[in-house]
Design a protein around this ligand. Structure first.
Ligand code: ATP
Length: 260
């Protein structure tokens, strides 16, 4: 039998994250294997975005280490990390007078040399990413003419065009209607099934329960619980983390969490 010797797409070892003098997270140990979908949950201000940026290598940890595909960020050649991990930020930069296709093509930049233009293959990848987000026919539109949900799907398409091994998503469902929420989560579920790692911040506990293989629940005071989704998602833990009582309602094989 052939063994898969590839390292985890992401690992955090004894990671402590500070904001100012406050620990938002203490001594986190997580591993994200190819195929895993890790959902980060916690109340407003619990430190989810701060953690995601630390996992993306954009922010230093107070202590501990983040390993991207087995190596600390600093050990990867400059710029190469963008071929391995992609971040969907919570708020998107303004793309002044750019077209939708030009914006999606930004996802290909990590693969281009300094003086290279995008190739027909890059364009085909960007167009396929737009189509996967239901934006076929939008290629020549100016970004400022898009609705909020269309802009969010464009940002996701640009990330998809980047084709990293690890997707870090900060509230990917922001501005999306119900159909597109499910379509986006299905899409990342399919990428995970093909071997990507997905880490995302969600606010919807029931969508987390439906899509997560693993959950990291932050208590906002440095404490956390990490484990298989069905172990972490209990009414007691969720009620305590969110500071609001929840009850569980069985719906066939699914459990729904409802605010009491
Ligand atoms: N530059 C800063 N100076 C002071 N406090 C900060 C700074 N940046 C973030 N914080 C605080 O750190 C805490 C964690 O912020 P973070 O954005 O990570 O939370 P979050 O869990 O993503 O919240 P939300 O669910 O509201 O998006 C918050 O209390 C925030 O106000």
């Amino acid at each position: 039998m052939k063994m898969d010797v590839r390292p985890p797409v992401l690992a955090a070892e004894q990671l402590t994250v500070h904001v100012g003098r406050r620990d938002v997270l203490r001594e986190l140990n997580i591993t994200v294997q190819p195929g895993d979908t890790l959902v980060i949950l916690g109340r407003n201000g619990a430190g989810k975005t701060t953690l995601l940026h630390t996992l993306a290598g954009l922010r230093d940890a107070a202590r501990g280490v983040v390993l991207l595909s087995g190596q600390p960020y600093a050990a990867w050649p400059r710029g190469h990390e963008a071929c391995l991990r992609g971040l969907l930020a919570q708020s998107q930069p303004d793309f002044f007078s750019a077209t939708v296709l030009e914006t999606a093509l930004v996802g290909r930049h990590p693969y281009l040399g300094r003086w290279d233009w995008e190739s027909p293959e890059d364009e085909a990848i960007a167009l396929a990413a737009l189509a996967s987000m239901g934006l076929e026919g939008f290629a020549e539109r100016q970004v400022p003419t898009l609705s909020g949900g269309e802009r969010q799907r464009l940002a996701i398409a640009a990330l998809l065009a980047q084709r990293p091994r690890l997707y870090l998503l900060d509230e990917p469902l922001a501005h999306l209607d119900l159909h597109h929420q499910v379509a986006v989560l299905d899409h990342f579920g399919a990428l995970a099934a093909e071997g990507a790692g997905v880490v995302m911040v969600l606010h919807d506990i029931n969508l987390a329960a439906r899509y997560a293989s693993h959950v990291l629940l932050l208590d906002g005071a440095g404490g956390h619980v990490f484990g298989a989704a069905h172990d972490v998602l209990t009414t007691e833990r969720l009620s305590s983390a969110f500071g609001h009582p929840l009850r569980a309602v069985a719906d066939g094989a699914q459990t729904l969490f409802i605010p009491a």
